[in-house]
Design a protein. Sequence first.
Length: 325
Amino acid sequence: MELPLSQTADYLHYRQKVITALADLTQGNLLSEAIASGRDFLHLISPDQVAGVTKIQVREGHGSQHLNDEPLNTQFQAYLETVINPQIQSGLLSDRTTSGSYDDRKVRWSGAGVAGFWERSQDTFTLEVAPTSYPQCRLDITRSSLESLKLMLRGLTNYQDPYAYFARGIGVAVIPLTTDGNVYIGRRLNASDYTGVLNFVGGWATFSAISQNINFYQDAQQELWEEMKISMTLNETNTRFIGISGHPITGEVDLVFVVETEIGDRHFESGQSGNWEEHSSLVRISNKTEAEKLLEHGLLPKEKESCNLMFSSRLGLEYLVKYHW
């Protein structure tokens, strides 16, 4: 019988080499533990670290290194001009203006190390970002875990950065609380990158060549409307930024927000007939017991078959268990 990939000699060999290389890296132990245990989530910034944050801004950082190790200027504007824009001009990528409505340009979390660069000053959170593209992000998501470990080892060896060669795409995740105090979660449909995975509201952050125009709160607000038909302005009264969670192997991350809506359960219950564009159905989570059962066993209320839970949705549920229910 063929061994699962996670038990093959090659996989175990590279896993150990990555874990060894991470030993002296800041937060390297967190990534090592996630890889060693086979976890599909890594909470990089916790709710405690961003409590009271009401503003998120960005500063320009660096793109990913070339997979072929060709010399590359990865600084934000240089990467945009020498890597991203030529692909747009050739038709390989779209920026909405040339070939359709979809923008292939995405936002990358920049900064060497397990976590990208970030800092907090009073109520303001600053994130270092750079350009990347959806095909780059998709490549990371679909690459085998063995090949990902090899790439992580290469980054650690050359740059002391496990994600130096990864797109490290940034998304936003939103957990909308109803006026009844409940949340609704559903399985992603075929059009998404994580078909069948349980998720709240989420999507890629919107890129702008003018870095100051990258606005994660605006993205969260847009995703709420597109996925749940909830129209509201997110502000410091109704929205709480609770941290950043990611996938230890793919390197992608989500900024996670909990939003107190003015919508009751009825809004979500009325859509169970298939009105949700990106979810096959929505299931109510209404108490701590249901949330813990989902976190620990992947089980939704009244269901016996376990499901995978999106990393950012996990952070959101953990937050609700601790602070809401």
